[in-house]
Design a binder for this molecule. Structure first.
Ligand code: C2E
Ligand code: MG
Ligand code: MG
Length: 700
């Protein structure tokens, strides 16, 4: 390229009178440039004085041609810092022919504002051999403004990206990653140099890549946003992400915005956990367990298969809780849950129904995997003691088993029947299992019927208190009687106390019923006593449940007052079951009863745990040997020895002994020989009505 072009300027330019002759500007090219206002053209002489200033320059720089012509370049449009370099550049050009290249410049307008131009420079020599420099400036101000705005937007975007924790990926339609923003690089699966130019599919694990690929393919064909979730194993742990992808149709690009939703995920998980799992043992709760059961039943129905429901209850767990505290109880539950889980297969379910009740669902029973074997293994797994707080605890299980389809067709029927079977296992002595049988259901229905009929029975006067005489073993005189309740119901007929008392306990009806017995017995005693020469007493049975009645003591006290009976004429019979509950309210009640002067007798001694320590620990006055031992004293040596030893032991503790269930003369004589104090049984009399008792005489 030539350094400069020769411009022919042979025509004189009349109206520039102030210019010397050699800078003639009235040629056709200058005329042309005069009319152009989009391009600014200025001419300078060798001393940088303006010789030409077209319309465009007037518009761009604000100086009129008149104002500009004759002034020096550096005094018009150069910024201070540019003056020296520009002057030096022009001199270098003039003297050494080093052209000033076209360039972007920031110049100054008349009003001081900055003017951005793209400036081209041409040097020419006219016919007078004078060098002239022409600058042709294109206004870049608008462009600059747009650029500045774009830059500002870019800054804003960068600042925004910096504070948003999301990851942004810009991709081609084929999924190739072109660009990214990540304020938090720890969530990047691989480093940027390993993913730029690659597709998500190449970078991410295959199952996540598949999700991306299918959604990227979808988004190209539809408007709006597609949302999906995925998870990645990152160095700082499993991280859950939500991806939102948008298709920019104009650019044929896809933006993916990736958000770390681990926290929400965990919160949701924890809500789910609370709704479906037991927080203590982390086992499925009742809701989830039953849901799984119904799924298993559907499956079993489809495959003509079998499913077993095992209902588990920890034996005497209440006792552990009451005596060792809830913390130990909780630990025991957690450890039990672990043992149960170990026994079953992965496809089975162990759930906690609540309290000390668990459920086990055995899916797809086979010969190898049968409910009996599992139940036995479960019991076996509890043989080793639990070690809690360096204390060894033995715990046993009772298991009830119901099998689909023979023992029930839906979840509730199976659960109910497994529960019934579990009760059977308890009644068999615990630490065992029992399969559901139809008879159990019959028992269950009977229980339900009794429960129904018992409501209102008291009001309808269906109960009557019978009395069984108690005889002094030595002088064969009647010393009192045990009050025993009888119930005749029109629908059920006679129901025995062994059957209805446990149900009354269960429903709580034992409280009003027990009050009825006590009042009846005391008012009868009042009446009976008046007719007798010797002082008599009445024994009344108390159920464990009655001790939970906070009014029990007040009630006994006022009943004694109302009937005008001294406290020591009332005997309360309790079984060891009451003491085994181990609650302080029971201890307190027993102490208060003793203080009141009421006699306490331990009923059915020998049938329960028969702990001698109870006899020492509580203020018992009387011990009643259970009739099952009395029955055998004349035929079984074991029973005989046991009864003899019990009487001796009771006497050594200062207790009187009543033998229950005396049916024969031989038994009477044997007991007499052993020094038994009182006798009670069919040999003397069955339980009889109050009226009959008034006419009762001991036949011996
Ligand atoms: P228990 O307190 O041990 O009462 C003795 C039971 O043995 C009575 O049965 C009585 O009829 C029976 N019995 C007495 N002598 C003989 C005998 O020589 N041979 C035989 N085979 N049995 C004899 P019952 O009346 O059926 O009462 C059963 C249980 O029901 C009682 O056992 C007692 O635990 C409970 N019970 C009865 N009435 C009441 C009550 O009013 N309140 C409470 N809480 N429980 C009661
Ligand atoms: Mg009794
Ligand atoms: Mg008894």
């Amino acid at each position: 390229m030539k350094d400069y072009v020769k411009l022919r300027t042979d025509t004189k330019w009349s109206n520039e009178g102030s210019l010397p002759q050699e800078y003639v500007m009235n040629d056709s090219l200058h005329h042309l440039l005069d009319g152009v206002d989009a391009i600014a053209v200025q001419g300078y002489d060798e001393n940088r004085q303006v010789i030409y200033w077209n319309k465009g320059s007037e518009v761009l720089y604000g100086y009129t041609s008149k104002e500009a012509v004759g002034k020096k370049l550096e005094d018009l449009i150069l910024l201070e810092k540019m003056k020296n370099p520009v002057i030096a550049g022009i001199k270098n050009w003039l003297n050494n022919g080093v052209k000033i290249p076209a360039e972007e410049l920031t110049l100054r307008g008349k009003d001081g504002t900055k003017v951005f131009v793209y400036s081209n420079h041409v040097m020419l020599t006219n016919q007078y051999n004078k060098k002239q420099i022409y600058c042709i400036d294109i206004n870049l101000t608008d462009l600059k403004n747009v650029e500045a705005q774009a830059e500002q937007k870019e800054h804003m975007l960068a600042a925004t990206f910096a504070v948003i924790p999301d990851l942004f990926f810009l991709m081609k339609v084929d999924g190739t990653i072109i660009d990214y923003h990540a304020s938090n690089k720890i969530n990047l699966y691989v480093s940027p140099e390993d993913f730029i130019g690659k597709s998500m599919a190449e970078v991410l694990p295959s199952e996540v890549a598949d999700k991306f690929n299918s959604n990227l393919a979808k988004i190209i064909t539809q408007k709006g946003v597609i949302r999906f979730e995925y998870e990645l194993v990152l160095p700082h742990g499993i991280t859950y992400f939500e991806a939102r992808i948008i298709y920019l149709a104009d650019n044929k690009q896809i933006i993916a915005i990736i958000r770390d939703i681990t926290e929400q995920h965990q919160a949701a998980e924890s809500i789910k956990m609370h709704a479906y799992y037991d927080t203590l043992t982390l086992l499925p709760n009742r809701f989830l367990a039953l849901d799984r059961l119904s799924q298993m039943l559907n499956e079993a129905e489809r495959n003509n298969g079998k499913t077993a429901v095992l209902f588990l209850d920890l034996d005497d767990f209440k006792k552990v809780n009451d005596s060792l505290g809830h913390e130990v109880g909780d630990q025991l539950l957690v450890e039990s849950a672990k043992r149960l889980t170990k026994i079953v297969r992965k496809e089975d379910t162990v759930g906690r129904l609540g309290g000390d009740e668990f459920i086990i669902l055995l899916r797809g029973l086979t010969d190898d995997h049968n409910a009996l074997a599992v139940a036995e293994n479960l019991l076996k797994s509890f043989r080793n003691p639990f070690e809690i707080d360096s204390r060894e605890l033995i715990l046993t299980l009772s298991i009830g088993i119901a099998i689909y389809p023979e023992n029930g067709r839906d979840t509730y029927e199976l659960l109910r029947n497994a529960d019934t079977a579990m009760y059977k296992a308890k009644s068999l002595g615990r630490n065992t299992y029992s399969f559901f049988t139809k008879e159990m259901n019959v028992n269950m229905l009977r229980r339900l019927e009794i429960e129904q009929q018992m409501r209102g029975a008291l009001e309808r006067g269906e109960f009557e208190v019978y009395y069984q005489p108690q005889i002094d073993a030595i002088n064969k005189q009647i010393i009192g009687a045990e009050a025993l309740l009888r119930w005749y119901n029109p629908a059920l007929g006679n129901v025995t106390p062994d059957e209805f008392i446990p149900i009354a306990e269960h429903t709580g009806l034992i409280i009003p019923i027990g009050q009825f017995v006590l009042q009846q017995a005391l008012s009868f005693l009042n009446f009976w006593q008046k007719e007798q020469a010797i002082s008599l007493r009445i024994a009344v049975n108390l159920s464990p449940r009655q001790f939970r009645d906070t009014e029990l003591l007040n009630f006994i006290e006022t009943s004694l007052l109302e009937a005008n009976i001294p406290a020591n004429r009332l005997e309360l019979e309790i079984t060891e079951g009451v003491l085994m509950i181990g609650q302080t309210y029971i201890d307190d009640a027993l102490v208060r009863l003793h203080k009141l002067g009421v006699k306490l007798s331990m009923d059915d001694f020998g049938t329960g745990y028969s702990s001698l320590s109870y006899l020492r620990q509580y203020a018992f006055d009387i011990l009643k040997i259970d009739r099952s031992f009395i029955n055998g004293i004349t035929s079984k040596k074991g029973d005989c020895d046991l009864v003899k030893a019990t009487i001796a032991m009771a006497h050594s503790l200062g207790l009187k002994v009543v033998a229950e269930g005396v049916e024969t003369k031989a038994q009477c004589e044997q007991l007499n020989q052993f020094g038994c104090d009182y006798l009670q049984g069919y040999y003397f009399s069955k339980p009889i009505t109050a009226k009959q008792l008034l006419n009762f005489f001991v036949k011996f």
